[in-house]
Design a protein around this ligand. Structure first.
Ligand code: NAP
Length: 280
């Protein structure tokens, strides 16, 4: 199909490459035109501005942040200037506020808008294996699906309003630093007793730690099934205390925070609830 890709940075360049290789009629636009030139040699057209790129009828944007997306959509020669009929597929990680404004502005211009958030780093984008979290009108997502199938390994549709994908993406990203902090603290605990971090990584992968925890605790927390407890808060607090003691002088700010939350719950008579009530 005819499709334009706007934003040829680390992620967008790999996505554009895959669309070209898959045989789509690709037009590209990038603020710094030098990044667009190599795509001409591969058979893509280079648009003069975003509004010209919109003549393809379907535009994917992969831009740095809110300001970049605002410039490309609301600016001079932006997507809104292209007139009715356009389908804009927004892949950049941007705010839910901007996503809501984009949905309203495109609708007012007689255009269609979906959010298609991506998980995966630039090497994953280049390999066409992104995980896509999409939201918008089902008929618009159906139009976009062949493009998702090229840039991604799978698509999850999370709702009929684009903000739903934006919210899912920021929630997913908020968890990543929490996991990175958790790993750092786990490595500190075992390092105090001679286990190297890479050995701990192998152990975590071998026991399928991430999926296992989300698989067991995700449904309990989603359904708020904290009683009867499979493992009560008072025993969980004991184990967190054991970890703090095992770490010696190592700095464990996340574990300390969790211990103090558990103490507060136990003090409020929550000691017999399942320890998955930690966030309540
Ligand atoms: P990047 O390499 O920095 O590319 C940013 C793109 O935005 C470039 O094409 C840049 O154009 C353009 N841009 C920036 N400001 C602009 C403006 N004011 N007007 C027009 N264009 C502008 O970033 P990236 O890693 O590809 O990330 C793109 C988006 O994907 C971000 O929202 C990011 O959070 C998200 N994301 C990234 C990753 C990752 O691992 N990198 C993973 C998932 C999602 P110029 O070339 O002219 O500067």
């Amino acid at each position: 199909m005819d499709v334009s890709l706007i934003g040829l940075g680390q992620m967008g360049s790999g996505m554009a490459d895959n669309l070209v290789v898959a045989g789509h009629q690709v037009t590209v636009w990038n603020r710094d035109r030098a990044k667009a030139e190599p795509f001409a040699a591969r058979g893509a057209k280079i648009a003069a501005d975003p509004a010209a790129a919109a003549q393809a009828g379907t535009v994917m944007t992969m831009l740095a942040d809110d300001a970049a997306v605002e410039a490309v959509v609301f600016g001079d020669g932006g997507l809104l200037a292209a007139g009715p009929g356009l389908l804009h597929i927004s892949c950049s990680t941007v705010s839910v506020d901007l996503t809501a404004r984009l949905a309203a502005a495109h609708a007012a211009a007689g255009q269609r808008f979906v959010s298609a958030q991506v998980l995966g780093r630039p090497d994953v984008a280049a390999a066409g294996k992104l995980s896509i979290i999409a939201a918008g009108a089902a008929e618009d997502l159906d139009v976009a699906q062949p493009l998702f199938d090229v840039i991604g390994a799978g698509t999850q549709r999370v709702g009929d309003r684009p903000v739903m994908a934006a919210a899912a993406k920021v929630a997913l990203n908020a968890g990543i630093p929490a996991v990175m902090q958790m790993l750092t603290e786990q490595f500190r605990i075992v390092a105090a007793h001679g286990i190297a971090a890479d050995r701990m990584v192998a152990l975590l992968l071998d026991v399928n730690y991430g999926n296992r925890l989300i698989g067991s605790y995700g449904p309990i927390i989603a359904e708020q099934r904290f009683e009867p407890a499979g493992f009560p808060m008072r025993l969980g607090r004991k184990d967190v205390g054991l970890a703090l003691a095992a770490a010696g002088d190592a700095d464990l700010p996340l574990t300390e925070l969790i211990a103090s939350r558990m103490d507060a719950i136990i003090e409020a008579d929550g000691g017999e609830q399942d320890w998955s009530a930690i966030g309540q």
